[in-house]
Design a protein around this ligand. Structure first.
Ligand code: HEM
Length: 210
């Protein structure tokens, strides 16, 4: 049986199926959420706007929940190593932009919730199917308004960071020798070789699959 280090030296290594599923699910929800947000914000007040807004709250709460799950999973399961030929500065940039993305995906929905809390008289705000989402207690209207402005600012910050993230992934995949985006399938290794799962401590990696 190959050892992890022997096998790892010849096989490209990628995130686990759990991490990949969470990543692409959040991508789809985020795109939907940005569309929902800009759509409801431009609509005249009325039942149709309310329905879009209820979906906006629901998708936002789901993104927050999935991001917390993803962060917990990521902290418990170290990421697969970068290829040795990837320069140090680009690894550092990748690590910090990913940390910033996690932060934004948590703080952005929370600022939305605080904005809603400023206008809420009860303990809950309704999601789709009347699922009750607890509001943040003790938020007055003025604080809610400020949080709404911060929310919009963070929306644009997130979009800017996503453009950088996607640009960097495409550059690493197609513009450099590392092609490191294969760590997140369906990107493939540069020679088309299928990358193997290598997330988790070395002891958890099933060396027989390498
Ligand atoms: C990752 C999650 C979220 C994203 C990407 C997002 C995105 C957006 C976008 C694109 C807008 C329109 C901005 C504009 O008017 O230019 C918006 C507005 C808004 N969103 Fe979210 N949102 C998220 C989560 C939430 C959540 C969880 C809530 C509430 C529970 C919420 C409440 C609001 C409110 C109240 C506004 C109006 C803000 C204002 O104009 O003052 N959002 N959001």
């Amino acid at each position: 049986m190959a050892t992890v280090s022997q096998a790892a030296s010849r096989a490209p290594l990628r995130y686990s199926n759990v991490a990949v599923t969470l990543h692409w699910t959040i991508v789809v929800l985020l795109l939907t959420q940005v569309w929902l947000g800009f759509t409801f914000a431009d609509m005249p007040r009325g039942p149709a706007r309310m329905e879009y807004f209820t979906w906006h709250k629901t998708v936002g709460a789901t993104i927050l929940l999935l991001t917390l799950v993803r962060l917990g999973y990521r902290l418990a399961n170290p990421a697969p190593p970068y290829p040795p030929e990837m320069p140090h500065w680009r690894r550092t940039a990748a690590v910090w932009s990913h940390r910033l993305l996690y932060t934004l995906l948590i703080v952005l929905p929370l600022t939305g919730l605080i904005a809603v809390s400023g206008h809420s008289s009860g303990w809950f705000t309704p999601l789709v199917g009347n699922i009750p989402l607890p509001v943040v207690p003790g938020i007055n209207e003025a604080t809610g308004e400020i949080s709404g402005d911060v929310h919009v600012f963070l929306v644009w910050s997130t979009i800017a960071l996503l453009v950088i993230h996607i640009g960097a992934a495409l550059y690493e995949q197609f513009g450099t020798k590392t092609g490191v985006a294969y760590r997140m399938p369906p990107f493939r290794a540069r020679d088309g070789e299928r990358a193997v799962i290598a997330q988790g401590s070395a002891a958890e990696i099933d060396a027989t699959r390498l």
